[in-house]
Design a protein around this ligand. Structure first.
Ligand SMILES: [Fe+2]
Length: 415
């Protein structure tokens, strides 16, 4: 009888907790390019309109608080809360929870702020893309296996190369992704670019190449969140929106990144400043469509518009998704492949190293192609994959894993 009562109390407690655990989709991001060491943005949603709050501090007393701004998402039927913590100390661990007394609080999570710009200290980045909920991943069940793997590494933030969801206009898809990714996104800022599934692909639409309105409700990145950059330690990260697909690019006249367009001038200015910055050793650019890739994923429009800028400003590493394979190329400059002595080591390359690193959930679509001269590595079997990138001083170490944690490739980039 005693056991039955205990069980009943435990069940009631669990039910009570579940009923009030309405704070969902917690994710971190940086929404100010120069402030990764002193700011942190926190986004979540709940079912009731309350005064949302973040309680935070450098220990578990969480003695500071920051009110969130909130708005009701008509598509998502939830209240979305966004708060930005400011005046944080660089390279410091903070603890936080978010929510409200009325609706309930999230778990207590922790994050570390970036070191001061120019720091040569080691940091670790999770790299993923194409988490889209298509075949075999309709409930993000494959993405969940990647989320579990990412939690095994001491990542400071993740970069995501787009196609976050399969149907960008549908709020429930975004909610599904952010629920699935919360264990990683709540401890490591989620810094992504949109893919073709996340933006409007209708060339006749005034919002062509831009994310759907619901995207902006859930996202909290610098500016309007489709082209931005930020510094972390000695590295400048540049996020380029290459959303639309080749088919649409072929008929559109209003391309993003056409020469002399607003985006093109922004990117040139951004890369030029980063290259002159004494604190910046590495420039890593990430976008959805690969600029060099085997087969149908090679989108000539993007290659023609962007590759010359990467050449001119000596971008070190270019990471892409879209094609659901893992591919690695030699360093390339002016469309010329630069041979290397060791397949796994890029020693002072005079060009950009190009990687395609999809998919973290979307259905694997092929096995790459070995007959492209610049291809150093291409996966032999269909698989889900992600990467862990360690940057320390003059070297970048990039390890690629499948969703079971088996290492499938690695390389070092040394200056
Ligand atoms: Fe794509």
């Amino acid at each position: 009888m005693k056991q039955f009562v205990r069980l009943l109390v435990a069940s009631t407690f669990l039910l009570f907790s579940f009923t009030f655990a309405q704070t969902q989709g917690v994710h971190l991001s940086w929404n100010d390019k120069d402030e990764t060491s002193t700011k942190m943005a926190i986004t979540w949603w709940g079912s009731k309109l309350n005064e949302g709050m973040v309680m935070y501090g450098t220990d578990d007393r969480l003695s500071h608080s920051q009110k969130a701004i909130s708005h009701f998402s008509y598509k998502g039927k939830v209240n979305i809360y966004k708060a930005t913590l400011t005046q944080l100390k660089p390279n410091t661990i903070y603890y936080y929870k978010c929510g409200s007394a009325e609706e309930g609080w999230s778990n207590v999570y922790r994050f570390r702020t970036a070191p001061a710009t120019g720091s040569q200290d080691k940091f670790v980045v999770g790299v993923w893309g194409d988490t889209q909920d298509n075949e075999f991943n309709t409930h993000f069940e494959q993405t969940d296996t990647i989320v579990q793997q990412l939690q095994r590494y001491p990542i400071q933030f993740t970069i995501h190369m787009g196609d976050i969801v399969n149907a960008g206009p549908v709020a429930a898809k975004w909610e599904g992704f952010f629920r699935c990714a919360q264990p990683v996104n709540a401890i490591a800022p989620f810094m992504h670019v949109p893919g073709n599934h996340d933006v409007s692909n209708n060339a006749a639409d005034s919002g062509f190449q831009k994310p759907f309105p619901v995207y902006y409700e859930f996202i909290n990145l610098p500016g309007r969140a489709i082209n931005y950059s930020f510094n972390y330690g000695n590295t400048h990260f540049v996020a380029v929106n290459s959303g639309q697909s080749e088919k649409d690019a072929a008929v559109a006249t209003n391309f993003a990144y056409a020469k002399r367009s607003l985006e093109y001038r922004w990117l040139e200015d951004d890369l030029s400043k980063a290259r002159k910055d004494k604190n910046i050793k590495w420039i890593i650019l990430y976008l959805h469509h690969p600029l060099y890739s085997f087969g149908w994923s090679q989108v000539d429009g993007w290659h023609e518009r962007l590759a010359p800028l990467l050449d001119k400003y000596k971008v070190d590493l270019c990471l892409a998704g879209h094609r659901h394979v893992y591919e690695r190329h030699t360093a390339i400059r002016n469309d010329q492949m630069l041979p290397q002595k060791d397949d796994h080591i890029y020693q002072h390359p005079a060009g950009t190293v190009y990687i395609t690193n999809g998919s973290a959930g979307g259905q694997p679509t092929g096995t790459g192609g070995s007959d492209m001269p610049s291809m150093v590595y291409t996966s032999k079997v269909k698989m889900y994959n992600f990467a862990i990138m360690m940057i320390e001083g003059n070297s970048i170490r990039y390890d690629v894993y499948d969703n079971h944690g088996v290492k499938i490739d690695y390389f070092k980039l040394i200056k």
